[in-house]
Design a protein around this ligand. Sequence first.
Ligand code: ADP
Ligand code: MG
Length: 260
Amino acid sequence: MEPTESAPATSNITVLRGEPLVVISDVDKHYGDLHVLKKINAVVNRGEVVVVIGPSGSGKSTLCRAINRLETIDAGVITIDGVKLPAEGKALAKLRADVGMVFQAFNLFAHKTVLENVTLGPIKVRGLSKAEAEKKAMVLLERVGVANQAKKMPAQLSGGQQQRVAIARALAMDPKVILLDEPTSALDPEMINEVLEVMINLANDGMTMIVVTHEMGFARRAADRVIFMAEGEIVEETTPEQFFTNPQSSRAKDFLSKIL
Ligand code: ADP
Ligand code: MG
């Protein structure tokens, strides 16, 4: 999809919400001989929830990491709210703060309390006082249902609680967009729903989200669009309803027959 155009004709989306917030143009990346992202073009508009789905190894995580510049790209341009991703330095730190990130494996700081995990970024990067940051953190921990765990260390929490803290930590930076890369796939089954509920609430609050997940229930309830990736390409881009009930490409059909 071209950055300024609406979804392709095969999609039944005719109007995209908001203005473009994340614009990915002709992004290419190799790892050695492996062509991991092949001329990716995608736009995420303000307030949109986009679910990225696809087989393991299709480049989903690489794309997420490129959006936050945790990975370099070989060619193409990524802009966040009109600003091209800077290569390094203060400008990069500032831009990264606009892009919240939640990973599959809980990546909380193990030697900091839950509260410290959520206050660290706002104090260091956003310049909040400790008191301001703590007040804000408690509101966010309340919102994700773990305020009563604030004084504990991450290891004392369940996986689902840790992942909710990771979401609160991302939100504490007031990001413009939040990326969640398989946020529930490392969780025990009974903890998946508590994290999905938090994500659905965020979506309902109008947060711009890019979510790599195979959770069809989440996609159906919260996603505006599904992007299906395979072998480094965007193969299909449509509504969750259309994608799950009537996938167009053979690769999507094949993938869905394996996960559903
Ligand atoms: P996905 O998230 O869709 O499973 P990834 O983006 O993690 O896919 O990986 C895409 C491909 O790139 C895979 O074949 C993977 O093995 C490879 N890959 C990922 N990271 C690296 C790396 N740092 N070095 C070399 N190859 C990598
Ligand atoms: Mg991945």
